[in-house]
Design a protein around this ligand. Structure first.
Ligand SMILES: [Zn+2]
Length: 298
């Protein structure tokens, strides 16, 4: 009898283990940067996919029925909020998903956009909060808590993974600050296509201007462009940067008309594909930093 029970218990344990291993929490993140945070916090316990993939623009995303299906199958959906995913509400309704939704910027102080004089960005929040490492820590804490709530049995795992990742973020933050400090303050001026580096600017003391507001949806008028060109000339802005999610033509034109150099490409709203130079959040920040320093120091 004892033997039989022991054997039965062993058999149960053997079937239970692979089942638990397969029981990954299905997480859908709205875009690649949140997906990377979620993979770091979730580790082997989660299966993360993203709606807006590498090198793609989440501002103007058009979801397909396959994405609605993925939302329907998810246990947890991680969103940025702050007006970044204007298409999400309709997609969630269409999918009929019962997944828990977590806003990963919860607790972050949003950067409010100033009216640009044409009403483009009046009253909007800047959604690009991930561009400051201090904010990245808040994203990670929110993701940790959302995973622990969705999957309480593995709370300790999520806490340990998050703590290990935050230690890497702390190192990254020190590196960003130390590198920016090597660039003379008067040279820390950059132009990018859309206004996606406001949190970076505020946190690290680099000054960015952008013809296109906080979203890529708005068109740049001839008047805006003329104003930017004047600004680049009078303020002697050394470099113009392209972004991985926007059309490079506008920046090329500004560079031609002002003599500012093209400093390369910054990763603003999306990671690169695997194997690219910015396949993770940490690599993205390090790559951008290298590009900025290279263009502003030479
Ligand atoms: Zn953006």
């Amino acid at each position: 009898m004892k033997t039989w029970l022991a054997t039965a218990a062993l058999a149960l344990a053997m079937t239970a283990t692979p089942a638990a291993a397969q029981d990954k929490v299905r997480v859908v993140a709205t875009f690649s940067i949140i997906a990377d945070f979620a993979r770091n916090v979730g580790g082997d316990a989660v299966e993360v996919s993203e709606l807006v993939g590498p090198d793609s623009d989440a501002h103007v995303y058009a979801p397909s029925p396959a994405e609605a299906k993925r939302l329907a199958d998810a246990r947890l959906v991680l969103v940025n909020g702050l007006g970044f995913e204007g298409w999400l509400e309709r997609l969630v309704k269409a999918s009929g998903t019962k997944a828990a939704m977590a806003v990963t910027t919860r607790g972050i102080t949003p950067r409010r956009m100033q009216d640009d004089g044409h009403g483009h960005s009046h009253g909007r929040s800047d959604p690009h909060a991930w561009q400051s490492v201090a904010n990245a820590r808040i994203y990670v804490a929110n993701i940790r808590d959302a995973l622990a709530k969705a999957d309480p049995d593995r709370k300790a795992t999520y806490e340990a993974n998050a703590a290990a990742y935050v230690a890497q973020l702390d190192e990254l933050e020190a590196e960003v600050k130390a590198t920016v400090a090597t660039i003379p303050a008067e040279r820390r001026k950059i132009i990018t296509t859309h206004d996606s580096f406001g949190y970076f600017a505020a946190a690290y003391g680099v000054w960015f201007i952008a013809p296109q507001g906080v979203s890529t949806e708005a068109e740049v008028s001839a008047r805006d462009l003329a104003k930017i060109i004047r600004q680049v000339k009078t303020q002697k802005i050394p470099a113009v940067f392209m972004e991985n999610v926007t059309d490079p033509r506008l920046m090329k034109r500004i560079a031609e008309e002002t003599g500012a150099k093209i400093g390369g490409r910054l990763y603003s709203d999306a990671l690169s594909a695997a194997g690219g130079p910015a396949a993770s959040y940490i690599e993205m920040m390090q790559y951008n930093l290298k590009e900025l320093r290279g263009a502003l120091m030479s």
